[in-house]
Design a protein around this ligand. Structure first.
Ligand SMILES: [Zn+2]
Length: 213
């Protein structure tokens, strides 16, 4: 058992209606080696689908529907929100819109990345790239507040490389200061891959000098 879910009644923070949701109540520590964008490997990979919930009444999506939002139910009911679609990747994109609207920009970037992971699994390369570009657009729009979050800054390097923007990785990360050896090693590794024009998925334990269990 990597994780266990239970059905629980939750009240939507946006519309106030209650619904039954699958909630992860227990999980084992993740000891697998993640990808460079911190995507977990199995068995935890299967648990990603539980990282988003959707209110069946207003359509609000977030990590949990009881997370307060800085908008009213008109937003999840809007055309812009609804047109994302109904599948798992779409729910993550809607979660990204919710987080961005509520000014939780790091979570907005990550939710768009999770949408990309879902598309990766479905071998939908075009949509995966679109989701990564969405994540980058959020990163670019809120750079002032995200530039101090080194995890997000490194994640952005992976987003750029995976969408084939090697020049940007080389330009933005060359000589960039990071406060720890770990971050510097990851940044150098991303630069090396960008130099080679490598846009494929890599694992964190491929980085020289990094030991991952
Ligand atoms: Zn709702």
């Amino acid at each position: 058992m990597a994780f266990r879910t239970e059905e629980k009644e939750l009240v939507c923070a946006v519309c106030g209606e209650a619904s039954l949701q699958n909630v992860v109540v227990e999980f084992d520590p993740d000891e697998s080696v993640p990808d460079l964008d911190m995507r977990p490997d199995e068995p935890h990979r299967s648990y990603i689908k539980h990282w988003v919930m959707e209110c069946p009444h207003c359509g609000y999506c977030n990590a949990s529907i009881d997370i307060p939002a800085e908008f009213t139910k008109e937003y999840p009911m809007s055309e812009r929100y609804r047109k994302q679609g109904d599948d798992l990747a779409a729910r993550f994109l809607k979660m990204s819109l919710s987080c961005e609207k509520s000014k939780v920009y790091n979570e907005a970037v990550k939710a768009a990345l999770y949408a990309a992971w879902v598309c990766d699994d479905e071998n939908d390369e075009e949509r995966a790239a679109e989701c990564r570009r969405t994540a980058l657009r959020i990163y670019d729009s809120h750079k002032a507040s995200l530039s101090g979050d080194h995890n997000i800054v490194l994640l952005a390097a992976d987003l750029m490389r995976r969408t084939g923007d090697f020049d940007r990785v080389k330009k933005e990360y060359k000589g960039k200061y990071f406060p720890s050896t770990l971050y510097r090693l990851i940044a150098a590794f991303q630069m090396g891959l960008a130099e080679k024009g490598d846009s494929s998925c890599h694992k964190a334990d491929e980085i020289p000098g990094i030991e991952v269990r």
